[in-house]
Design a binder for this molecule. Structure first.
Ligand code: MEV
Length: 322
């Protein structure tokens, strides 16, 4: 079994960071227990934490009232602790489906875990999930596990080593390592902010319609085969499945005209593309046609997107050495 290094004990002040994430297969369905394939991306959120006379986030003394992630992190992991000043900086666009809230939750869990005696990865994954779920009210352990573990991960699927299990009252998610096929990916933010909780609840309603179980089964089939194909480096098969996954996401109502415009713009320079994350806005992910990465980025920018070339971050949430 792969041993991921624990976060060691460290006194304040300290700094920690966590990557964003990109879901390739299975978003939404994972909330209902189906498999998902997700990788950590090389864009990060970093937090700097020190004791101070007042508790603040980025100079905001009302942050515990205004920011549910900050409040949940402090309530869960810092009860009775001294006042802290937290500064957060991020290269992950917010409300873009790229894991900014998971990265903030995990960076806070690393920092507060280190400052309270150190923390192992399975506990870090569970705590990061509890912060995010506590703040959002809904959701799976996929996003927070991706940013805690780094690399490619299968949630409730795959045959790789079991890294950890995350539990909620009503569900369990098993997290396994998947081999990185070594490809370059392009993501593009549509600029339309989205609310994960609303999208998750809308899909939940759609999946409780009479054809819901059949749809969920098809999500499951695509993700199971997608996890296998990514692990085996079968690019053409992965491309087919990405397209099929996008059809299913349209079917459950989380595409958006701006996302469809980006998918259309990507077509001549991409082997496949789909929305990534909660949808209803947010971002797309594309597998570029080899040699056409720059053209793909130009096309997406011309169509009004904010494109990034991303590589998987092998590093999960961690302390930043001074
Ligand atoms: C959001 O990044 C992914 C969803 O599946 C929600 C979740 O898994 O928490 C839509």
């Amino acid at each position: 079994m792969e041993e991921l290094p624990p976060v060691p004990a460290r006194g304040l002040p300290l700094s920690s960071r966590a990557p964003g994430k990109c879901i390739v297969f299975g978003e939404h369905a994972v909330v209902h227990g189906a498999p998902e394939l997700v990788f950590a991306i090389d864009l990060y959120t970093q937090v700097f934490v020190r004791t101070d006379a007042r508790t603040r986030l980025n100079a905001d003394e009302e942050a515990t009232a205004r920011n549910a992630y900050f409040r949940t992190a402090l309530e869960g992991l810092w009860a009775g602790g001294p006042s802290i000043d937290v500064r957060a900086i991020s290269r992950i666009p917010r409300a873009a489906g790229l894991g900014s809230s998971a990265a903030f939750s995990a960076a806070m869990a690393v920092a507060l875990g280190a400052a309270t005696g150190g923390i192992d990865r399975p506990t870090l994954a569970q705590r990061s999930f509890e912060i995010e779920r506590g703040a959002q009210g809904v959701g799976s352990a996929g996003d927070t596990s991706a940013v805690v573990g780094g690399g490619f991960l299968a949630i409730n699927g795959g045959s790789g080593p079991l890294l950890w299990t995350v539990r909620a009252d009503d569900r369990v998610w098993e997290v396994r390592r998947v081999a990185d096929p070594g490809w370059v990916w392009v993501v593009a933010h549509s600029g339309i902010p989205r609310a994960t909780g609303d999208a998750v609840r809308a899909v939940g309603r759609r999946l409780s319609a009479p054809d819901g179980p059949e749809l969920l089964e098809e999500f499951r089939r695509v993700a199971v085969e997608g996890i296998r194909a990514v692990g085996a480096g079968e690019r053409a098969r992965v491309a087919e499945l990405i397209e099929r996954n996008q059809e299913l996401l349209r079917e459950v109502g989380v595409s958006h005209p701006r996302l469809e415009a980006l998918l259309e713009a990507a077509r001549p320079a991409a082997e496949a593309a789909k929305l990534t994350g909660a949808g209803a806005g947010g971002s797309i992910v594309a597998l570029p046609t080899p040699g056409k990465e720059a053209e793909l980025v130009r096309r997406l920018a011309r169509a009004g997107g904010l494109p990034f070339v991303v590589r998987p971050s092998t590093e999960g949430a961690a302390l930043v050495e001074p």
